[in-house]
Design a protein around this ligand. Structure first.
Ligand SMILES: [Zn+2]
Length: 303
C-alpha cells in the first residue's frame, strides 16, 4: 500500500472520521500550517493557545489515529493587517518555532498585498533565517500571479535560498516561474472548483514531478482531507508513472520539510502502534463506554 503525506491540512477543523479515513487511505504524516480561523482573533492569548494546540493536543490526537502530525508556525497574512495585535504575535512566535514537530515558518505571505502584510512577511522571513527553518508561503487568491512573483522577489531580497521555500496554492499561471526560480511548488486540490485533481494530472504531465507537492489544505471550509490519495489514484489511472506519483504525494514533501531537522521517515516507519488508552493531560479521544483501539505488533505491515 502506498504511503502519502498531506503537507498542508488544518486538522483542528477536522473530525475523527476524517482521521480514520486518512489513515485508511495511506496518509502517514500531515503538516498543519498555522493560519486564521475564519474570523479574526482579538487577543494575543488566542494565538498562544492556538499555537499550543498545534504542538500539543492536535499532535496527540493525530497519533491516536496512526498519523504523525507536524506543523508550521507563523502569523497568517490576513491577520497581519491588525498591526497592534500582529506586533504582539511577533513577540510570541519565537517561543514556539523551536518546539518539537515545527517544520517551517508559515503559512506567511500576502492576502490583499497591503503594507502591513508586507511588513510582517519580511519580519517572519528574518525569523526563519534566524532559526534555520524553511518557509511555507501562502500565495494570494486574488491577483495571484503578481502576488506570487512578489513573494519570491521579497524572499530573495532577504537572502533566502529558494530551496528552503515552499510556495503554495499554485496554478497553471504561476507554476512555471516558481519552478524556474528553484522553489518548491505546492498545489492545493480544491474539490468542485479551481484546482481539481484533473488539472493536477495535467500539470504533472507537463512539468514532471520535480519539486511539485500536492496537498489538500482541508480546513473548516468545503474541502477534502483525502485529496492527496485521490489525486494519486487519478494520476495512476491517467498513466503517470508510479515513481512520479510518489514524488508529488510523498517524497517531495518529505525532502522539502525534512530540511528543518524535525521530520524523519522513521517517525512513521517506526512509530509506536496506535494505543487509544493513552491520555494527554488526563484527556483522551474516547467518549463514555467506547472501546479503545489498541494495535498489536501483528496489525502493522513491516516495511
Ligand atoms: Zn492553509
Amino acid at each position: 500500500m502506498p504511503m502519502y503525506i498531506d503537507p498542508h491540512i488544518h486538522l483542528v477543523s477536522r473530525t475523527t472520521d476524517d482521521y480514520e479515513a486518512m489513515h485508511k487511505a495511506g496518509i502517514v504524516a500531515t503538516i498543519e500550517p498555522a493560519f486564521w480561523l475564519g474570523q479574526p482573533r482579538t487577543e494575543v492569548g488566542s494565538f498562544k493557545d492556538y499555537f499550543s494546540t498545534l504542538v500539543g493536543w492536535e499532535r496527540f490526537r493525530a497519533s491516536q489515529f496512526g498519523i504523525v502530525h507536524y506543523c508550521t508556525m507563523g502569523l497568517n497574512s490576513k491577520e497581519a493587517n491588525n498591526i497592534p495585535l500582529a506586533e504582539q504575535v511577533m513577540e510570541l512566535l519565537p517561543l514556539y518555532v523551536g518546539k518539537e514537530g515545527v517544520v517551517a515558518i508559515g503559512e506567511i505571505g500576502y492576502d490583499d498585498q497591503t503594507e502591513a502584510e508586507d511588513r510582517f512577511y519580511r519580519v517572519q522571513l528574518e525569523l526563519a533565517k534566524e532559526v534555520d527553518l524553511p518557509v511555507l508561503i501562502h500565495t494570494p487568491h486574488r491577483d495571484k500571479k503578481r502576488g506570487t512573483t512578489r513573494s519570491m522577489d521579497v524572499a530573495e531580497e532577504h537572502g533566502m535560498d529558494p530551496g528552503w521555500i515552499i510556495v503554495d496554492h499554485n496554478n497553471e499561471e504561476t507554476v512555471k516561474e516558481v519552478l524556474d526560480r528553484g522553489y518548491w511548488a505546492g498545489f492545493t486540490i480544491y474539490p468542485h472548483t479551481k484546482m481539481g485533481s484533473e488539472r493536477m494530472v495535467e500539470i504533472v504531465k507537463q512539468y514532471g514531478p520535480e519539486r511539485i507537492i500536492v496537498n489538500s489544505a482541508a480546513d473548516w471550509g468545503i474541502s477534502d482531507p483525502l485529496a492527496v490519495p485521490k489525486t494519486a489514484d487519478l494520476m495512476r489511472k491517467m498513466g503517470i508513472p508510479e515513481e512520479h506519483v510518489q514524488m508529488v504525494t510523498y517524497k517531495n514533501a518529505l525532502a522539502a520539510f525534512s530540511i528543518s531537522g524535525q521530520m524523519h521517515e522513521d517517525d512513521w516507519l517506526k512509530a509506536p502502534p496506535i494505543d487509544q488508552t493513552k491520555k494527554m493531560s488526563g484527556n483522551s479521544v474516547l467518549r463514555g463506554g467506547q472501546v479503545p483501539r489498541v494495535e498489536g505488533p501483528s496489525d502493522r505491515v513491516e516495511n
